[in-house]
Design a protein around this ligand. Sequence first.
Ligand SMILES: NC(=O)c1ccc[n+]([C@@H]2O[C@H](COP(=O)([O-])OP(=O)(O)OC[C@H]3O[C@@H](n4cnc5c(N)ncnc54)[C@H](O)[C@@H]3O)[C@@H](O)[C@H]2O)c1
Length: 316
Amino acid sequence: MKYVVTGVAGFIGSHLLENLLKEGHEVVGLDNFSTGHRHNIAPFLDDFEFVEGDIRDLETCHRVCKNADYVLHQAALGSVPRSVADPIASHDNNASGTLNMLVAGRDADVSGFVFAASSSAYGDTPTLPKVETMPMRPMSPYAITKAMGEYYLNVFGTLYQMNTVGVRYFNIFGPRQDPNGMYAAVIPKFVDILMGGSVPVIDGDGEQTRDFTFVANAVSANLLAAKNAEQARGEVVNIACGNRISINKLYNDIAGHLDITKPAKYGPKRAGDVRDSLADISKAKRLINYEPLVNDAEGLKITVEWFKKQFEESKK
Ligand SMILES: NC(=O)c1ccc[n+]([C@@H]2O[C@H](COP(=O)([O-])OP(=O)(O)OC[C@H]3O[C@@H](n4cnc5c(N)ncnc54)[C@H](O)[C@@H]3O)[C@@H](O)[C@H]2O)c1
């Protein structure tokens, strides 16, 4: 089968690439390196077609989708704070870029189109766990762009009988997630800061909770969504472990894996952030046969070990 992976040089995209190649599929990967890195795809460059280009350019989207069976659309500008700082860039890349990819996928008559949606679309509703039947209440420009992508997917399913599926990720983490920059995700950031000998700052009181999900689960969800895209047409499913932990516990677990006993520092709460997040994953189980493969504790151990190895190699 021929798969298109957008955002292939990113964290999740590069794991999808690695997995698809292992399974013997043909892959066309697209990335503009805005937040992704060449080193994420360097080991695979001989084994797939890489297109350095932008999903904001419709012609490029058409080019990569030609003769494709499936599209796994991951490219986007992630991060809530980034979108608060620059909502227009988030809109252009995430909402308009997704529309371009949908049009290209439709014109190429692909069998399945999977979209990296986000749990941020739920917003700050107090009800837990989050179920897909709840109305979306985006609280940031980023969440709006992801909600918009879902609406487009649903409409393309109805209008053009396109097999579109949204996978609503809940805090994906794992090896290769970028620890650098002001918009880094919490797990790689904490690990990196602790390994460097400093102490990270926790936003707010640290009692906010997240359903942290190891990247192997997101990879499996994409492949299952593509395979079951016809029966899941126009639908969105939560992808998570169905378990939540606080940022304080996360900090202690990471520090524990690194044998560090220093307490964390605390700063102000971040604008646009939701307080608690926990997924009901029964729809994903039912519709695409999703089951979490690796739990958060196991995933965290693998991730910290990976970063430790990278850190030690960088010092050689
Ligand atoms: N990591 C998470 O916890 C999480 C949670 C919810 C949703 N998501 C979504 O999953 C997807 C992948 O996230 P990630 O964590 O791997 O992020 P990432 O930043 O590592 O990967 C995104 C990739 O998309 C590329 N990209 C961005 N804009 C582009 C454009 N206009 N044209 C071509 N390429 C472009 C980037 O260069 C990068 O390689 C994103 O759509 C993100 O919104 C991620």
